[in-house]
Design a protein around this ligand. Sequence first.
Ligand SMILES: Nc1ncnc2c1ncn2[C@@H]1O[C@H](COP(=O)(O)OP(=O)(O)O)[C@@H](O)[C@H]1O
Ligand SMILES: [Mg+2]
Length: 491
Amino acid sequence: MALISLVGITKRFGSVVALDNVSLGVESGEILGVLGENGSGKSTLTKIIYGVYVPDSGYIELRTDGLMRRAFFSSPKEALLSGIVMISQRPQLVEELSVLDNIALFLGYSRGRTRKIVESTMSRFNIKLNADALVGSLSYTEKQLVELVKALSFKPRLLILDEATTYLPRDVKARFYEALRTFASIGGSVIFITHKIPEALEVCDRIAVLRRGRLVRIFSRKDVFSIDDLRKAMFEEVSPSVATERVEEAKAEDGKVLRAEGLVVLDDYGKRAVSIDELVVERGSVHAVVGVAGNGQKELCEGLSGLRKAVEGRVVLDGEDVTRSKASERASKGLVYIPEDPFRTGVVLDLTIMENIRLFATGRLSSDTVKKVISELRISPPEPRIKSYMLSGGNLQKLSLSRALLLNPKCMIVHNPTRMLDEASSRQVKLLLRDSARKGVGVLLVSEDIDEVIDVADKISVIANGRIVKTLPAMYPRLREEIEEAMSTYA
Ligand SMILES: Nc1ncnc2c1ncn2[C@@H]1O[C@H](COP(=O)(O)OP(=O)(O)O)[C@@H](O)[C@H]1O
Ligand SMILES: [Mg+2]
């Protein structure tokens, strides 16, 4: 049974259409995710439900006395009176008051009565807090927990969380999720807003994806979520012109672009850093190797790319044994490696951005193409004629990535490609990796960032102590837990 329905909601801010004819319902006992990138309209949606904004068109229906009736909220207070509570990213608490007094203020009850309610809420939802602590003395995480207890003590019908868990540590997120599940199990409804796919996957029964103010699709847990579909719904399809078209040229009929067998590589001190039974990168896919830093990632990349000798085993590139080939030979056969250190990427610092891009291109590139490359990856400053030493590390990394793609590689090895980048650039790089895969490149993404790996990869291997300890397809269920468990078990 629906608790609340949005019907054809449109909201504009000047020329920006923040929400475009969005219709969406939330059931009783359901956790509905709203997933979208920054600026996709998520907060606007919550603010309309919470009475902060009035929509330009469309309306809200709320179940009242068993019937769906139109609701008009012109302030959060009115929404609250209808049983709707919101928790946002920023705690809304009075620093000078205790936890208890904050909640008493919110509920409008006496201290004594509030204390009883708070105690029963904490025990029911398994949250522990000192109700007498001064809010000003609490950490951000504790304040968010106070917000949760405050909201649940109100016994709302609908709880909205707008990125409320984004900045919380793992274990506290888990406590939030558990509380939300308990709340839903007793008939409460939740709207869970996030821009992170793993968060949405973990806790939601359904996921509504917003893109540029439009509702793109609603996924239901019953249909088994596919991360790939979520990604596709969330991000616009982009086709960076720099990505390659080498698809037809790949020779390996079995689709294995890169294969390592029994590979043993030593570190700088002659100790075994990598010992891999088998690792296969397939054409047209992103295979991620994730692990805590210093578990042999660098040696693995160097062993595969030819910068470090294999003392045992074989490296096979598109059907050809390249174990004895130098890095430059492997590169000319279509294996490109982009190390994590931007100053070792082979960008010539004394050349301009344009010269660096042209240096490796197979044909002659027009300056329009170069400009396009620069703007697609948001290389900053976007000026083809400045010397590369003017660029920051992150921008050097983007430059080397774009250049690598111009080489039309068969296989690309990238190590921590977004670590130095801001959010917009990381997203662009992730899209580029996806797009390269779509065009047939086999991408090996070696990364420490679990979120990144879950966002981008088709297959995920966990590396620990130089060994692959687990390999999983990027499909739910419980992918993240499996990865974390493997990382900690073998650490
Ligand atoms: N008060 C406002 N005034 C002008 N533009 C706004 C306002 N609130 C949101 N927007 C714009 O509406 C779009 C959606 O924003 P928002 O709902 O905050 O997205 P999200 O929460 O998904 O990041 C963005 O382009 C944003 O710049
Ligand atoms: Mg927002």
